[in-house]
Write a protein that binds this ligand. Structure first.
Ligand SMILES: NC(=O)c1ccc[n+]([C@@H]2O[C@H](COP(=O)([O-])OP(=O)(O)OC[C@H]3O[C@@H](n4cnc5c(N)ncnc54)[C@H](OP(=O)(O)O)[C@@H]3O)[C@@H](O)[C@H]2O)c1
Length: 285
């Protein structure tokens, strides 16, 4: 299996080096700018290609590690060539293989989405962390079990998912990472009102957030849950809701607290959360 990369950015660099270190044959790189392909080829001790045709000819599988919006246009360029029996993979969390590689089966080729559930922030350092990463894969063709085995042989964890639930999967990832940033930002804004600089606030929040996250990951959200909603402390929640300077923060607190109330009810089935629910509904009105 010879694997080539189109798109020499963070994912291309990192997956390429991850594969090479694991003994997988990587042919090399083609990219929008030749300089990027050359840099990636140097980093992985592979070859830089100056045409799509040449990297296609030399590779059994091509990873299209370009931005999501460029995956289909690049594939369209490739499908004007002989792609029979070739495998195409993309790394987008949001797109399915079918969406990205339209009608690929009619060309006698195969398409897969291989999404590293991991923030690849550095071209040159992130490959070292991919060993412990989780990959979710789906696609069109018979090679999914081979991709699963190949990634597992490199130390990664792999889950096959259905293309039909790919968008739910991606929303789940966004909630667990991006949306947490919004909650943290809201917390920082309130701490700024208490005189904390951002740096000091982050220092102060770090033990709280780390410990909470560790419990949450070890025991699940229900068991990790503490705080005024779980205690059904309606007076504190009322005061919290009143302290937001704008409606946006209040609405966010309210929406998340409603979700927490459901979790708290599961955790404490004998506690009556009626007053809490009423308070959160009242604030909605
Ligand atoms: N980074 C992450 O955390 C992460 C995690 C999981 C999945 N992914 C997925 O990985 C894919 C790539 O993301 P990335 O973070 O690696 O992006 P990136 O760092 O911006 O790299 C994308 C590369 O694609 C090249 N490119 C753009 N348009 C092209 C075209 N038409 N033809 C050939 N090359 C082109 C660019 O190359 P030049 O330098 O030559 O201009 C750029 O370096 C995306 O599908 C993304 O959703 C990323």
């Amino acid at each position: 299996m010879k694997i080539g990369f189109i798109g020499a950015g963070k994912a291309g660099f990192s997956l390429g080096r991850f594969f090479v270190e694991g003994g997988i044959h990587v042919t090399g790189y083609y990219s929008r700018h030749e300089e990027s392909a050359r840099e990636a080829a140097f980093f992985t001790r592979t070859r830089a290609y100056d045409t799509l045709g040449a990297i296609l000819r030399d590779s059994d599988a091509l990873f299209l590690t370009v931005p999501d919006g460029a995956i289909s246009p690049v594939f369209q360029e490739l499908e004007s060539m002989d792609i029979s029996q070739k495998q195409f993979c993309h790394c987008s969390g949001a797109m399915t293989a079918k969406e990205a590689f339209l009608d690929i089966d009619r060309k006698g080729a195969y398409g897969y989405s291989i999404h590293p559930l991991f923030p690849i922030s550095s071209k040159k350092k992130s490959y070292q962390e991919l060993q412990g990463a989780f990959f979710c894969i789906e696609g069109i063709g018979p090679h999914l079990p081979e991709w699963k085995e190949r990634l597992q042989s490199l130390g990664a964890k792999v889950q096959m998912i259905s293309g039909e639930t790919k968008i739910q999967y991606h929303a789940a990832c966004a909630i667990a990472s991006n949306l947490v940033c919004a909650l943290a930002d809201e917390s920082l804004e309130l701490l700024a009102q208490c005189g904390f600089s951002q740096e000091l606030a982050l220092q102060a929040l770090a033990p709280l957030m780390r410990s909470n996250l560790e419990h949450l990951l070890a025991e699940g959200p229900k068991n990790a849950l503490t705080g005024p909603v779980e205690r059904c402390d309606t007076e504190t929640v009322r005061k919290h809701l009143e302290c937001f300077p704008d409606n946006e923060g209040k609405e966010m607190y309210r929406a998340v607290s409603r979700k927490l109330t459901g979790l708290a009810e599961q955790k404490n089935p004998n506690r009556d959360y009626g007053a809490m629910k009423k308070l959160l509904e009242e604030m909605e009105a």
